[in-house]
Design a protein around this ligand. Structure first.
Ligand code: ARG
Length: 274
C-alpha cells in the first residue's frame, strides 16, 4: 500500500536540441525521425504535471550538439545532497557529464566524478535503504563498488540481459523509497534480468509489483513515483491497472517521441535528494 506522497526536487533539461542523430540502443533508428515540436510539447506537459502535484523542478541549460542531454537521470545519483556524477559509455554522450557537474557545483553540492563507467540514475535506483545497481550494457560493476564506497549504502548488483532494457530504469522503478527493504516497494519486469538477479529481487522485494513485457516495452517501468502518484506512460495499460489496484494513483504522461531515443519519463528526470 502506498504511503503519503513526499514533495520532490527534480532536475530536468529542456529538449531544445533533442533528436536521434546516432544509435546507441535498439530503440534508436536514424530512419524513424523525431517530431521535435511534438517532443517539446510532451516534455512541457511532464514539467507542468510535476509542478501541478507540488514538486519543485529546476533546469540545466541544454547544449547544442548533445541531443541526449534531455535524459537528465543519466547525469548523476544524488543522495543526502551528495552527488555521484556520471561517466558515459558512448563517446557521443561523454560531454554531458561536465555540464551537469557544473550545475551541481553551482547549486552548492559536492560532486564526485566516477572512475568507472556509470550512467547515474539510469542504472542506480535507491530503494529500501539499498541502492539497486544495473550492469550489462552501460554502468560497470566496478562503478557499483565505487557507489557503495561513496555513499556507504549497500549496493546490490543486478545483471541486465535484454538489450531493449539496457538501463535499470527501463526495467524497474521504486514506488516508495522510504524505510527498510520490507517497507519499500518496487515494480519491475523480471524478463530483463538474469536468473540469479531475479532471485535476488524476489528475496529482497517479495511484495514487488511484477510487470509484463508489453508494459516494459511501453516504457511503463520508466516511471517516477512520489510515494503515491505514479507518473507513467499511458501505453502501459496493464501496469496502470495493477498500480491502481495496489492503491497508487497513476498519472499518465505521454512521452512517445522520446521512446524513439530509448527514453521515457524517468530518463528525463533527475531526483535531487537532500
Ligand atoms: N538515447 C539515450 C541513451 O541511449 C537514452 C537514455 C535514456 N535514459 C535512461 N535513463 N534510461 O543513452
Amino acid at each position: 500500500m502506498p504511503t503519503d506522497s513526499r514533495l520532490r526536487r527534480y532536475l530536468v533539461c529542456e529538449p531544445r536540441y533533442f533528436d536521434v542523430q546516432y544509435a546507441i540502443n535498439p530503440w534508436m533508428s536514424l530512419d524513424a525521425p523525431v517530431d521535435t515540436a511534438r517532443a517539446r510539447l510532451q516534455w512541457q506537459t511532464l514539467i507542468d504535471t510535476y509542478r501541478a502535484y507540488g514538486h519543485a523542478v529546476e533546469t540545466v541549460k541544454p547544449v547544442a550538439g548533445l541531443p541526449d542531454m534531455v535524459f537528465a537521470a543519466n547525469a548523476a545519483l544524488v543522495l543526502g545532497g551528495r552527488v555521484f556524477g556520471s561517466s558515459f559509455h558512448a563517446p557521443e554522450r561523454r560531454p554531458e557529464s561536465a555540464e551537469y557537474e557544473s550545475w551541481f557545483k553551482a547549486a552548492g553540492h559536492d560532486v564526485h566524478h566516477p572512475e568507472s563507467l556509470c550512467e547515474g540514475e539510469g542504472d542506480l535506483v535507491p530503494a529500501g535503504g539499498l541502492i539497486l545497481a544495473g550492469t550489462g550494457f552501460r554502468t560497470s560493476r566496478a562503478a557499483h563498488a565505487e557507489v557503495q564506497e561513496f555513499f556507504g549504502v549497500p549496493t546490490i548488483s543486478l545483471q541486465l540481459v535484454d538489450p531493449y532494457f539496457y538501463h535499470l530504469d527501463t526495467a524497474l522503478f521504486a514506488l516508495d523509497d522510504t524505510g527498510g527493504a520490507d517497507g519499500a516497494t518496487i515494480a519491475y519486469y523480471p524478463g530483463a534480468f538474469s536468473a540469479g538477479s531475479r532471485e535476488v529481487l524476489e528475496r529482497l522485494f517479495p511484495r514487488a509489483v511484477l510487470a509484463t513485457r508489453d508494459d516494459a516495452m511501453a516504457f511503463g517501468l520508466n516511471s517516477v513515483s512520489d510515494g503515491r502518484h505514479v507518473f507513467i506512460a499511458p501505453q502501459a495499460t496493464h501496469l496502470i491497472d495493477q498500480l491502481t489496484h495496489e492503491g497508487y494513483v497513476p498519472v499518465p504522461v505521454d512521452l512517445s517521441e522520446f521512446h524513439k531515443a530509448g527514453g521515457g519519463i524517468k530518463c528525463c528526470t533527475q531526483e535531487v535528494r537532500s
